[in-house]
Design a protein around this ligand. Structure first.
Ligand code: NAP
Length: 383
C-alpha cells in the first residue's frame, strides 16, 4: 500500500480507501448486508494497509454505519480513520445536527469521529446548513473532541464548490466525483486543483463510475485498450489514471467482493504519481472520446434551460439518458433517474417550449424528454 499526505494534516492516508456503500448484501435487499462476507472484505482491506473508511447515514438504508460499528471491533477501529456524513437533505432545524450525530455515533459505537462531512452538498443545502449554524455547531464538536475534522462531499457545479471552500477556513477535506470520464463534471479537475491550492485533501469518489468503467467495454473501446503495450483490466486503467495524479489523496472504491479488493490492493501498491506515459494518456483520451461519442443528447449541462416552469430537472434527465447509451447500462441510469423523484421527472413536461428557446445547443428538448422518460421510467432492479 502506498500512502499520501492528507491535505494540511500531519497524517498520511492510504491511497485506496474503503467505501462502505456497496457491501455484499442479499440479492434484491440492499439493507441486508451479508455480515460475514462484508466483514472479511473490510478486515482484508485494513490488513492490506487501507486506513481510510467511508460511510454515510443512508448507505444500505441505514445499516452501513451499524455494520461498521460491529466490524471494526477487535482493534480494527484503532487502525483506521472513519468518515460519516450528515444527511443535509433531512436536516430542518438546528437540533437535527445533534440528533443525527448522536444516532450515528450510537450505531458506530465510537467515542469520537475522525471526519464528519456534509453529505452531497448542492446549493440549497449549503445555504441551509450555514443558516442553521452548522459551522458553529461543528466548531463546538471539534473543540470538545467529539469530531476531529470536518469536510464535505459535493454534487453540484464548480462555482458553488469554490464558494463553499471560500466561505470557511477550516475544511480538512472535499470529496468529489472523479474518474477519467468526468474531468469537467461537477467540481471536475479544476475543482480538485482549487481544493488542493486551498489546503484541502481531495478524496475521489466513484473512481470506476460506480462500476460502469470496470465492466467489459463495448468492442470499439475494448480494441483501444487492447492496443496498449501492457494488458490491463478496465478497472486498472481507471485507477491508474487517478493515481497518476498527485493532487488526489485517497481513491475511494466500493468493493463488493474479495477479488475486487485484492485487485485494487495490487493496483494501489503499483500505481503512483506520474506513472502514466504520454501514450497512455493518449489512450485514455481516445477511450473518453469513444465513450462520449455514444451520447444521444448533446447537452453540455450549461443549465440555460433551467428552471423549468414544471420542475423538470432537464440537464439531469439528459445526463441519465446519455449514461444509458454511453455505458450501455440502462439499469444504472434508471436507478439515478428514480432518485430525481416525481417532482423533477421528465413526464411533467407540458411542451411549453421555454427551454428550447434558451438552449444554445438547439436540442429538441420536448421530444428528447419524452424519449428519456420512456427509457428511464422502467423500474431498475435493486442494487
Ligand atoms: N458522498 C457522496 O455523495 C458519495 C456518492 C457516491 C459514492 N460515495 C462513496 O464513495 C465510495 C466509492 O464510490 P463507488 O462505490 O461508486 O466506487 P466505484 O469504485 O466507482 O464503484 C464501485 C463498484 O465498482 C466495481 N469494482 C470495484 N473494483 C473493481 C475491480 N477491481 N474490478 C471490477 N469491478 C470493480 C464494483 O461493481 P459491482 O459491485 O457491480 O461488481 C463496485 O461495486 C462509495 O462506496 C461511497 O462510500 C459517496
Amino acid at each position: 500500500m502506498k500512502y499520501r499526505k492528507f491535505g494540511n494534516l500531519d497524517w498520511e492516508a492510504s491511497v485506496l480507501g474503503f467505501g462502505a456503500m456497496r457491501l455484499p448484501h442479499r440479492e434484491g435487499e440492499y439493507s441486508a448486508i451479508l455480515e460475514d462476507k462484508a466483514t472479511a472484505i473490510l478486515h482484508a482491506a485494513i490488513d492490506g494497509g487501507v486506513n481510510y473508511i467511508d460511510t454515510a447515514q443512508p448507505y444500505h438504508r441505514g445499516e452501513s454505519e451499524s455494520f461498521l460499528g460491529r466490524a471494526l471491533k477487535d482493534g480494527y477501529r484503532d487502525r483506521v480513520r472513519v468518515v460519516t456524513k450528515l444527511p443535509c437533505w433531512s436536516v430542518e432545524k438546528r437540533d437535527d445536527f445533534d440528533r443525527y450525530f448522536d444516532e450515528q455515533m450510537e450505531k458506530l459505537q465510537f467515542d469520537h469521529l475522525d471526519f464528519y462531512l456534509l453529505h452531497a452538498l448542492q446549493r440549497d443545502w449549503w445555504d441551509k446548513m450555514k443558516d442553521l449554524g452548522f459551522l458553529d455547531w461543528a466548531e463546538r464538536k471539534m473543540a470538545d473532541g467529539a469530531i476531529t475534522h470536518i469536510g464535505f462531499s459535493f454534487h453540484d457545479r464548480l462555482p458553488l464548490f469554490k464558494r463553499i471552500i471560500d466561505e470557511y477556513d477550516n475544511w480538512t477535506l472535499a470529496m468529489v466525483m472523479c474518474n477519467y470520464m468526468d474531468i469537467n463534471y461537477q467540481a471536475g479537475i479544476e475543482g480538485v486543483k482549487y481544493a488542493v491550492d486551498n489546503g484541502l485533501a481531495v478524496v475521489a469518489m466513484e473512481p470506476l463510475r460506480g462500476g460502469l468503467l470496470a465492466k467489459e467495454p463495448p468492442s470499439d473501446i475494448r480494441s483501444i485498450f487492447d492496443s496498449a503495450q501492457t494488458g490491463r483490466t478496465p478497472a486498472e486503467w481507471a485507477l491508474r489514471w487517478l493515481w497518476d495524479r498527485s493532487d488526489i489523496s485517497v481513491v475511494l472504491s466500493g468493493m463488493s467482493t474479495i477479488e475486487q479488493l485484492e485487485q485494487n490492493l495490487v493496483s494501489a501498491s503499483e500505481f503512483e504519481p506520474d506513472c502514466m506515459s504520454d501514450d497512455e494518456h493518449e489512450l485514455i483520451r481516445d477511450v473518453r472520446s469513444a465513450y462520449r461519442s455514444k451520447a444521444l443528447i448533446p447537452c453540455t449541462d450549461c443549465r440555460y434551460c433551467m428552471p423549468c416552469p414544471q420542475g423538470v430537472a432537464i440537464p439531469w434527465v439528459f445526463e441519465y439518458f446519455n449514461m444509458a447509451s454511453v455505458y450501455e447500462d440502462p439499469d444504472a441510469a434508471r436507478e439515478q433517474y428514480a432518485f430525481l423523484g416525481e417532482k423533477n421527472a421528465a413526464s411533467l413536461c407540458n411542451a411549453c417550449g421555454k427551454c428550447e428557446d434558451l438552449c444554445p445547443q438547439h436540442i429538441g428538448i420536448i421530444d428528447a424528454l419524452r424519449e428519456a422518460h420512456a427509457l428511464l421510467s422502467v423500474p431498475a432492479s435493486d442494487p
